[in-house]
Design a protein. Structure first.
Length: 203
C-alpha cells in the first residue's frame, strides 16, 4: 500500500486536533482490510479506492469528522448493530466528534468488505427511487417563511428534493424547542440561498 502524501498533509494541516486520531484510525482500518485499497483525493477530501472506484471518503469539519461509503445506501447497517444516522452528517454513520463515536472496528471492517463486494459484482449502484412529492409544510415553518420574503423565494425556487430536505428535517424534530430552532436555522440558511446540506456540497 502506497500512502498518498496529500492525505498526510490533509490530516496534519487541515484538521483539528480532535479529528487527527479519528482519521488516522479510519485510514489504518480500511487499509487493513485489503491490500488492493488505494488512496486519493476526491472532492477535496481523503478517499479510498478499489480498482479505481471510490469506496469511501473521510473528511473533517469544524466540530466533527465523517466516514462515508459511496454505496452505503445498499448496506445492512441494522445487521451490524449500527444506527442509521442519515441526515445527521454526510453518509449514514453520522457525526464523529471523538474516537468514542466511531463504529466498532469489526463494523468498520465489515462495512469495508461490503463495499468491496459490491464493487466486485460489477453491477452499477441501485437506481435512485423516483422523487416523491414534497410533504406539506409544518404550519410554524410556513408562517416563518411568510414573514421572510427572501427565504420564501429561495425555498420556492428549489427543486422538490431540496425543499423536501428542509421539510423532513423540521418535521422530524421530536420537541417543539428543537423544531423552532431548526425553523430559525432554516430561514437563515434559505435567506442566504443555502440548501439543507450545504455544508457537505463541496466535500
Amino acid at each position: 500500500m502506497t500512502r498518498d502524501p496529500r492525505i498526510d498533509a490533509y490530516i496534519e494541516e487541515r484538521t483539528g486536533a480532535f479529528a487527527q486520531p479519528i482519521l488516522r484510525h479510519i485510514r489504518a482500518m480500511l487499509h487493513g482490510v485489503d491490500d488492493a485499497i488505494e488512496e486519493g483525493i476526491k472532492w477535496g477530501a481523503p478517499a479510498f479506492l478499489y480498482k479505481g472506484r471510490t469506496l469511501a471518503i473521510m473528511a473533517s469539519f469544524k466540530e466533527h469528522a465523517v466516514l462515508s461509503f459511496s454505496r452505503d445506501k445498499e448496506f445492512d447497517l441494522e445487521g451490524l448493530g449500527l444506527e442509521d444516522k442519515a441526515g445527521d452528517a454526510m453518509g449514514r454513520l453520522g457525526r464523529i466528534e471523538s474516537m468514542d463515536d466511531l463504529p466498532p472496528d469489526d463494523a468498520i471492517v465489515a462495512l469495508t468488505r461490503q463495499a468491496i463486494a459490491l464493487e466486485k459484482t460489477g453491477l452499477p449502484k441501485k437506481a435512485k427511487k423516483p422523487a416523491v412529492a414534497v410533504p406539506p409544510l409544518p404550519e410554524p415553518f410556513a408562517e416563518a417563511l411568510a414573514v421572510n420574503r427572501e427565504a420564501q423565494a429561495v425555498f420556492d425556487g428549489f427543486p422538490p428534493g431540496a425543499r423536501r430536505d428542509y421539510v423532513e428535517w423540521i418535521a422530524g424534530a421530536k420537541r417543539e424547542a428543537t423544531r423552532d430552532k431548526r425553523i430559525a436555522t432554516a430561514v437563515e440558511w434559505l435567506a442566504e440561498g443555502k440548501k439543507r446540506n450545504w455544508k457537505y456540497e463541496n466535500c
